[in-house]
Ligand binder design. Structure first.
Ligand code: XIL
Length: 340
């Protein structure tokens, strides 16, 4: 009799555990149901490690290569194309039904040494043309959108004097969008930047005016990327952010949140942790309210492997999972917001 009862209790426990886990929807699924992309920047090692790969696939429905598609990695020399890591990421995304953002073709950093051989404006155009065509042809139908150009402005609203700008002025930026449109007409094309998210700053105004001029000229741009590398010291001006988003909507453009993280001065105070949570939540609320925003990409998922401490000395803990890969309460709160 006692033995039977034990068996029965065990069976009930097993069945309830099964039902519970079947009912518990993964955050990735929640995001998809909410008709939005909730994504993360990843590195090749993330998908080689089974437990990290599972964490990413369960919790996000979009990825962006943090460094893998940058010229220094994907085309280290003129004749060497290194597609293997990018291929693995794209396969991983396809297997798990995740959207992929491509990042990035024109940037002033992480270029390969090929750029040292540029001797003329024509050389610069030819190199960018080759890179865009090779990559976008290979991943046609598999990468949904690209940051065609990245960070082309200075804080004061002038154009950054990158090697691209010095050879070609803004012509290359515009031409790159045309080249990209021809290479894969279904891919969405973006101009991405940081510290231009709040209307009213010199950079935000210059960025907006340039994008507006592109639209007026018929340059094929689908949207703009707001990186949103934020810091609790400065907070976030929600009204200015919304105002900016809405003027891009008026131009017929999408806004994607492309590289969100919210760093704190270390060791983080309780007040900062609460503020960080509030800032992540504000972005989710803005996304839910503004019809031309549906992509919420975070720049890395764990404090254990983050670009923040090396870039912003004394700052850290910027991500949604802690150093032990445990979801922080801010993560759960974002999932709850997506669910409702
Ligand atoms: C960063 C990566 O996270 C680092 O690993 C790398 O060393 C430098 O680049 N804006 C961008 C990203 O558009 O490509 C940058 O990524 C972060 C700032």
């Amino acid at each position: 009799m006692k033995k039977n009862l034990k068996c029965f209790t065990l069976a009930v426990a097993v069945v309830s555990a099964f039902v519970f886990s079947a009912c518990k929807e993964s955050p990735a699924k929640t995001a998809t149901k909410a008709n939005m992309y909730f994504g993360v920047a990843i590195q090749p090692g993330d998908i080689l490690d089974e437990s990290k790969a599972k964490l990413i696939a369960d919790n996000f429905n979009a990825i962006v290569p943090e460094n893998t598609m940058k010229m220094v990695n994907i085309r280290p020399t003129k004749t060497l194309w290194n597609f293997s890591d990018m291929d693995k990421m794209v396969d991983f995304a396809q297997k798990n039904k995740m959207m992929v953002r491509g990042h990035t073709f024109i940037w002033h950093q992480q270029n390969s040494t090929i750029v040292n051989q540029i001797k003329s404006r024509e050389d610069a155009f030819a190199l960018i043309n080759e890179n865009i065509n090779q990559i976008m042809t290979r991943y046609k139908g598999k990468i949904a959108c690209y940051d065609v150009a990245n960070e082309i402005f200075n804080e004061d609203g002038t154009f950054r004097k990158s090697l691209w700008y010095r050879w070609c002025g803004t012509d290359l930026y515009e031409e790159a969008f045309r080249i990209a449109r021809a290479a894969d007409p279904d891919a969405k094309l973006f101009l991405n930047d940081y510290s231009h998210e709040e209307a009213g700053t010199p950079k935000a105004e210059a960025f907006y005016e340039f994008v507006k001029s592109m639209v007026e000229k018929g340059v094929p741009i689908d949207g703009v990327g707001f990186q949103l590398h934020l810091c609790t010291d400065y907070g976030l001006k929600e009204d200015a952010l919304r105002e900016n988003i809405r003027r891009f909507a008026a131009l017929g453009l999408e806004v994607q949140f492309t590289e969100i993280d919210v760093r704190m001065k270390m060791p983080a105070s309780e007040a900062d942790v609460a503020k960080q949570k509030g800032m992540y939540e504000t972005l989710m609320r803005v996304l839910k309210d503004e019809p031309n925003v549906s992509t919420y990409m975070t720049w890395g998922y764990t404090d254990a492997n983050s670009w923040v401490p090396a870039t912003f000395h004394g700052y850290g803990d910027a991500h949604l999972f802690d150093k032990n890969l445990k979801a922080k309460s801010v993560f759960d709160s974002l999932v709850e917001m997506m669910r409702n």
